[in-house]
Design a protein around this ligand. Structure first.
Ligand code: AMP
Ligand code: MG
Length: 357
């Protein structure tokens, strides 16, 4: 009898102990959540709106971190911008056959040339003479004459540019434009620094070029929206769940002008010198490496659906979401099956080659 009573008491004791433990865990969890603070910066840089948010427990430290991030964007923009006369890119562009540059400029050009080679020049950082003729990002965009385009096209050829140590050499008259890769490259530097400084949760948005550090403040994967082309900002056709990843999207709707009923956009076909006549309306790449994602989605847009699908089947480590021009069909690689939700029910989804195919 005494034994049974002892067992009953110890069982009761155990239940009470577990209940107290659970309550303590709940209180700890609750106060940890309450302690989450955030810092945010929004500014106009890199020709677009830049928005960075970071979460943590020390507001002062987060503020210092984001101030440093904004300064870092300015520093890198001052190196890479084609529109800043003192940048290293302008130094190369104004020289006859090339110039000496710092390690970061050499690194981004090397990366741009690598992707140009991989995409057979669909992405080509020597596109500047064509970009300049059209002036799409300026206040005075125009449709150049056929002769002007024919005159500029021979300068567009990444194969005549090379980087050796700190020296960039190029063909006479060639000029670089890193607009298709710089945002991604800079996002990588920012997220590397935030991680190295112990930030566990941050969202870097460089004009739609997204990179996330860790999980969201709710301690789950970030839910990143893919912009519905030609709809207002923030209208998404699909959601990607991302932790420590970058999601970059390219599409003609991002920058364009209309003339005589024709829409001219900012992603050029390096083979023709005209805005690429793509059968896609947007391309998103999901990757640990935002620079590669940035350059690749520009390239895929130029390549169009069929070539992009062929490329993805041969490079199964790349994750992509392609939306057709009629916006009726979404193609996605199987390696992001568990991360992708297509929200727009008027679109059908088909998976293409990728890991697990
Ligand atoms: P994105 O917004 O990343 O697709 O890049 C578009 C920007 O990259 C343009 O505004 C140009 O500065 C540049 N660009 C346009 N066409 C190309 C191309 N085919 N290859 C490389 N850069 C390009
Ligand atoms: Mg790009």
């Amino acid at each position: 009898m005494k034994k049974i009573a002892e067992v009953l008491i110890s069982k009761k004791f155990l239940t009470a102990a577990i209940a107290i433990l659970l309550a303590a865990m709940f209180v700890c969890e609750f106060s940890a959540r309450r302690r989450v603070v955030s810092a945010e910066r929004e500014t106009y840089k890199l020709g677009t709106v830049v928005h960075i948010t970071a979460y943590g427990s020390d507001k002062k430290a987060l503020d210092a971190e984001l101030d440093a991030a904004v300064n870092e964007i300015t520093r890198l923009e001052n190196l890479f911008s084609v529109n800043i006369a003192s940048s290293e890119i302008s130094k190369i562009n104004s020289s006859d056959r090339g110039a000496g540059v710092g390690a970061e400029t050499a690194a981004i050009i090397t990366e741009a040339l690598r992707i140009a080679g991989e995409t057979d020049g669909a992405f080509d950082p020597t596109i500047e003479p064509i970009v300049k003729l059209w002036g799409i990002a300026t206040d005075h965009p125009r449709v150049p004459g056929k002769g002007e385009i024919e005159g500029a096209l021979p300068l567009v050829d990444y194969r005549r540019v090379s980087v050796s140590g700190g020296n960039v050499s190029k063909g006479a008259g060639q000029k670089l434009d890193l607009g298709g890769i710089a945002k991604g490259w800079i996002a990588d530097r920012l997220s590397d620094k935030l991680r190295a400084d112990g930030i566990k949760s941050a969202l870097i948005d460089l004009g739609g070029n997204l990179s996330v550090v860790g999980e969201s403040s709710e301690r789950r994967a970030w839910r990143l929206g893919l912009q519905r082309p030609s709809s207002s900002r923030g209208e998404y056709f699909a959601i990607i769940e991302a932790t420590d990843l970058s999601v970059v999207t390219s599409g003609p709707y991002e920058r364009y002008f209309d003339r005589d009923g024709v829409r001219y956009h900012h992603i050029f076909d390096p083979k023709t010198g005209y805005p690429a006549e793509s059968d896609l309306s947007s391309v998103s790449i999901v990757s640990k490496n935002s620079a590669d994602a940035d350059a690749l989605c520009t390239a895929f847009f130029v390549m169009g659906l069929e070539k992009s699908v062929r490329f993805l089947k041969a490079h199964k480590d790349i994750s992509a979401v392609l939306l057709t021009k009629d916006m009726k069909k979404v193609y996605a690689t199987t390696n992001i099956k568990d991360k992708l939700t297509v929200e727009d029910k008027s679109m059908s989804l088909e998976f293409i080659g990728g890991r697990g195919d």
